[in-house]
Design a protein around this ligand. Sequence first.
Ligand code: IMP
Length: 205
Amino acid sequence: MKRLLAATGNAHKIEEMQAILRGLDITLIPMKEAGISPEIVEDGETFAENALIKARAVCAASGEPALADDSGLVVDALGGKPGVYSSRWMGEDTSYHVKNAELVRLLQDVPDEKRTARFACVMACVFPDGDELTAEGFFEGRIGYEERGENGFGYDPVFFVPEKGCYSAELAPEEKNAISHRGKALRRMYELLEEKMAHEDSHRQ
Ligand code: IMP
C-alpha cells in the first residue's frame, strides 16, 4: 500500500477523497496526521495553479507524494467571479448566507438564460521525483433566486442544478458526489493514478 498525503485540513474533503480512491493500492493520510502543516500562500490565478501550489508544498515538506484540490464557483454574468476567490469573496469570515444573498442581488436583473454558472475543481498530485498530475471537473448550473436546501455547504443553496430540477443543497451527498466537480475531478485522478502505478509496475518487472 502506497502513502499519499492529503494536502487539506478539511475532514469532509478527505472523506470524499478516501471514498473515491478506495479501489487503488493507496492509503490517503491527512497531512496533519503525518505531522505536516506547511505555510501555504494560495496566490495562483487559476484553480490548477492553486492546487499545484498546495500539493508541491506538502510534497516538499514531507518528501512523500501529495494530493491537493482547489475549487470555486464561476458565475458567467459576473465575468467568472468569484472564481479562485470563492472562499475569500466578501471576506473569509462573511457567512455564506450573506454571500449567497449578495449573489442573488447582483443577478437580480439577469434573465434565466444568462444566470449560468459552474463549480470547478482541479485535483493535483505531486510526486517526490517531480512528476505532477492534474485532473479537472465541472458541475454546471444556474444561480437561483433564493436559498434552498440544507445539505452541502458554501454556495450550494443558491446553485440550481437543471439536470436534477433542484438546488445543489437539496441533493443527498451521494447524489451530489456523483455529478459534482470534485467527484468528477477525483474519478479522473483515480484513472491517472491507476495508469501511473501500472506504468511503474511494468518498469519494475
Ligand atoms: P477550496 O477549494 O477549499 O479553496 O474552496 C473553494 C470555495 O469554493 C469554497 O470555500 C466554497 O466557497 C466554494 N465551493 C467549492 N466547491 C463547492 C461546493 O461543492 N459547494 C459550494 N461551494 C463550493
